[in-house]
Write a protein that binds this ligand. Structure first.
Ligand SMILES: NC(=O)c1ccc[n+]([C@@H]2O[C@H](COP(=O)([O-])OP(=O)(O)OC[C@H]3O[C@@H](n4cnc5c(N)ncnc54)[C@H](O)[C@@H]3O)[C@@H](O)[C@H]2O)c1
Length: 282
């Protein structure tokens, strides 16, 4: 079977997905709306391959061949013969809806239509197509070439066959999959990190322990690579307040309610590394 992949969106995630897929032997069509976005995406891929070559992790000829398997285009019609399409455009439902409506008309019968969304329910994305059974969440993590995990998310109507094809694809590019069997807010990963960050922030807020000690507890007690409060600073306190707030709205489960401290930090602009101040000072 031809292994043709289309990636919609050549940003941080789309270019990473195109990169690992081409390296694994897939013919990749990379689509974005402007030539400038495509150039940024393909330049990022080239730079990343060069780094792997410099470190001796990839042969120069293999990097060259992988680059040769990527076709960059602004034409959506170019995805028509892809076996799998992975959408990685902005995290906005309207933008994703527009893409999936078009994919429904253009993609070949039986193609898997995947979204890399971090939080939008797959069922909502699939609902604008006539083939919701072919739509699935394939949630890669950033940076794609380094991170091993892919969270596969079943929408309400995703078929077993679609899920199996998505798994085959993710594994073919060297990733390990977990399956989210129900399309719940936050999937598995954001649910877990939200619960941990919220509890860590509450312990800190109520003076039970310092931020440093809470993070040390998770690192040395549980073997986490990074503590939850340092993770919140890295991800962005604003991003986490938003993510946990969405899960709370959907579930009404108090454990996901963003603590007052985190909400005030966002109001004050202390949102973590990107602002120079979060739970820690940078
Ligand atoms: N950044 C992360 O850490 C991360 C991790 C996991 C999942 N995600 C998800 O991946 C998706 C993409 O995120 P990103 O960080 O790569 O965003 P990004 O802003 O880096 O890239 C988005 C790209 O989509 C393009 N685009 C917008 N509309 C388009 C259209 N109609 N057709 C084709 N391309 C279009 C933009 O020009 C841009 O190049 C989002 O759904 C995000 O939630 C992001």
């Amino acid at each position: 079977m031809a292994r043709k992949l289309a990636v919609i969106g050549a940003g941080l995630m789309g270019s990473g997905i195109a990169q690992v897929s081409a390296q694994a032997g897939w013919d990749v069509v990379l689509r974005d709306v402007t030539d400038a976005a495509l150039t940024r995406g393909t330049d990022a891929i080239k730079t990343s391959y060069e780094r792997f070559v410099a470190k001796g992790k990839l042969g120069a000829a293999d990097a060259e061949a992988a680059l040769g398997r990527i076709t960059a285009t602004t034409e959506l019609d170019a995805v028509a013969d892809a076996d799998i399409v992975v959408e990685a455009v902005f995290e906005k439902l309207e933008v994703k809806h527009e893409i999936f409506r078009s994919l429904d008309k253009i993609a070949k019968d039986g193609a898997v239509l995947a979204s890399n969304t971090s939080a939008i329910p797959i069922t909502k994305i699939a609902a604008v197509t006539e083939r919701p059974e072919s739509v699935v969440g394939v949630h890669f993590f950033s940076p794609v070439p380094m991170m091993q995990l892919v969270e596969l998310v079943r929408g309400y109507k995703t078929s077993d066959e679609t899920l199996a094809t998505a798994r085959e694809f993710a594994e073919s590019v060297g990733k390990t999959c977990i399956v989210v069997n129900r399309d719940v807010a936050g999937f598995v990963t954001t649910r877990l990190i939200s619960a941990l960050v919220v509890e860590a922030a509450k312990l800190y807020e109520s003076g039970v322990a310092t931020a440093e000690d809470i993070d040390i507890a998770c690192k040395l007690g549980f073997g986490h690579a990074m503590g939850p409060l340092a993770t919140a600073d890295l991800t962005g306190v604003d991003i986490l307040v938003n993510a946990t707030g969405n899960i709370y709205t959907e579930t009404q489960d108090e454990k996901f309610a963003p603590p007052e401290l985190m909400r005030r930090m966002v109001d004050a602009g202390d949102i973590g590394r990107k602002s120079g101040q979060g739970f820690y000072t940078y």
